[in-house]
Design a binder for this molecule. Structure first.
Ligand code: KG4
Ligand code: ZN
Length: 349
C-alpha cells in the first residue's frame, strides 16, 4: 500500500445494512457495519421504512467508527463513493444524501456506483486485481444475476437473472415453511448437513431444453419454493413428521445445482476463465463446495470473497470507488439521484 494510491470512503445503504468502508488502492483499511436485520426478523422480511430510519440513526456513528478504526481523518479522503442503486428507494436516499454532504463539505469527487458492480469489485481487496473478463454470479436476498464483466469500472453485461424470486429469498421462504428463523439461509445450510441431498427430487427451474433456449442464463426459484411447500403440506396432512434435514438438503441441492451449472456454462460459452461468487448466498457451504468442484473440472479459477465481504457492506463500495479513481473514471454529478431500479449495465450514475 502506498500513500499515493487513492483513499476512498464508501457508503452502502441499499437494504438493511448501513455499511461504511475505507479502502486505499486495493487495501481494505476498515469495514464498519450496523445492521437492522433483528428489527425485521418478526416480519419475516426487510421492512423498507424500518430500514430507512435505522440507516438515518446509524449513519453518522458508523462513519465516525470507520474513521476512528482506520486512523483516517475525513480531510485525508481523495473521494467519496456511495451505492446509488439498485435497492430500496428510501434506504438508498439516506446513503446518497450523506455521501453528497461529505463530498461537498470536503470538496472531493463523488462516485455514485451500482450495488451489483460493487459486489464484484470487492474481491480485489482479498484476491488482487480482477481477471478481465470475469464472470460473476451474484446471489442474495435481493438479487440473482449472472454478469459478464470485461471491466468492473465501466463495462458490466447482464447474461441473465431471476425471473421471479431471488435465490436468498427462496432460502428465506423455504426456511419459514420449515419453521426456521429469518434470515433462513444459514439455518437451511446447517440443517442440510444432517440430511440427504437426493432424498427428495425437487424441480430444477429453467433447465429443460426449451427453457435453455429462451432463458439460458436466467433463474427461477418460485416453482421450487412451491414444490417444497406442497411436499411439506402433504407430509403434515398424512400425520407423519416432516424430515426437516432431508427437505433442507434436497432443496439446497436443487438451488445450488442450477446456479453452478449455469455459471460454469456461461464461463465456457464466453471463454471466461474466472468465476466470482458474491452476495449473501455465497456463504452457503454446499454452493461453495459444488462451485469449487465444477470449476476445477472445467479449468475455471473460482474466487469467493470471505463471507463478511459477500453480504452487503461499505468496503465493496469503497473498493469500486478506488478502482474508478485509479482508472481515471469521471465522478458523478452532485445532483445524482438514488435510483431504486438502476440497471446493472450502468456501473456509475
Ligand atoms: O447479501 P445479503 O446480506 O443481503 C441482500 O439480500 O442483499 O444476503 C442475504 C441473503 C438472505 O436471503 C440469507 O438467507 C442468505 O443471503 N444467506 C444464505 C446463507 N447465509 C445468508 N443463504 C444460503 N446459505 C447461507 N449459508
Ligand atoms: Zn447485495
Amino acid at each position: 500500500m502506498s500513500a499515493d494510491e487513492p483513499l476512498v470512503l464508501g457508503i452502502e445503504t441499499s437494504c438493511d445494512e448501513t455499511g461504511v468502508g475505507i479502502v486505499r488502492g486495493e487495501t481494505l483499511l476498515v469495514d464498519a457495519i450496523a445492521s437492522s436485520v433483528d428489527e425485521h426478523a418478526r416480519f419475516g422480511g426487510v421492512v423498507p421504512e424500518v430500514a430507512s430510519r435505522a440507516h438515518l440513526e446509524a449513519m453518522v456513528p458508523t462513519i465516525e467508527r470507520a474513521c476512528g478504526q482506520a486512523g483516517v481523518r475525513l480531510q485525508d479522503l481523495d473521494a467519496v463513493a456511495v451505492t446509488s442503486g439498485p435497492g430500496l428507494a428510501g434506504a438508498l436516499m439516506v446513503g446518497v444524501a450523506a455521501a453528497k454532504a461529505l463530498a461537498v463539505a470536503l470538496g472531493r469527487p463523488l462516485y455514485g456506483v451500482n450495488h451489483l458492480a460493487a459486489h464484484v469489485a470487492v474481491d480485489v481487496v482479498e484476491h488482487g486485481p480482477l481477471p478481465e473478463p470475469t464472470m460473476a454470479l451474484l446471489v442474495s436476498g435481493g438479487h440473482s444475476s449472472l454478469l459478464l464483466v470485461p471491466d468492473v469500472t465501466s463495462d458490466v453485461q447482464s447474461l441473465g437473472s431471476t425471473i421471479d424470486d431471488a435465490a436468498g429469498e427462496a432460502f428465506d421462504k423455504v426456511a419459514r415453511v420449515l419453521g426456521l428463523p429469518f434470515p433462513g439461509g444459514p439455518h437451511i445450510d446447517r440443517a442440510a448437513r444432517e440430511g440427504g441431498q437426493v432424498a427428495i427430487d425437487f424441480p430444477r427451474g429453467l433447465t429443460n431444453n426449451r427453457d435453455m433456449e429462451r432463458h439460458r442464463f436466467d433463474f427461477s426459484f418460485s416453482g421450487l419454493k412451491t414444490a417444497v411447500a406442497r411436499w411439506v403440506e402433504a407430509r403434515e396432512a398424512s400425520g407423519e413428521p416432516v424430515p426437516v434435514a432431508d427437505v433442507a438438503a434436497s432443496f439446497q441441492e436443487a438451488v445450488v445445482d442450477v446456479l453452478t451449472r449455469k455459471a460454469v456454462l456461461a464461463c465456457m460459452e464466453n471463454g471466461v476463465h474466472a468465476l466470482q461468487v458474491g452476495g449473501g448466498v455465497a456463504a452457503n457451504s454446499r454452493l461453495r463446495a459444488m462451485a469449487q468442484e465444477r470449476c476445477a473440472r472445467a479449468g475455471i479459477a473460482l474466487r469467493v470473497p470471505r463471507p463478511g465481504l459477500c453480504t452487503d457492506n461499505g468496503a465493496m463500495v469503497a473498493a469500486l470507488g478506488a478502482q474508478m479513481v485509479a482508472r481515471g473514471r469521471e465522478p458523478s454529478d452532485l445532483c445524482l439521484p438514488a435510483d431504486s431500479s438502476m440497471p446493472v449495465t450502468l456501473v456509475r450514475a
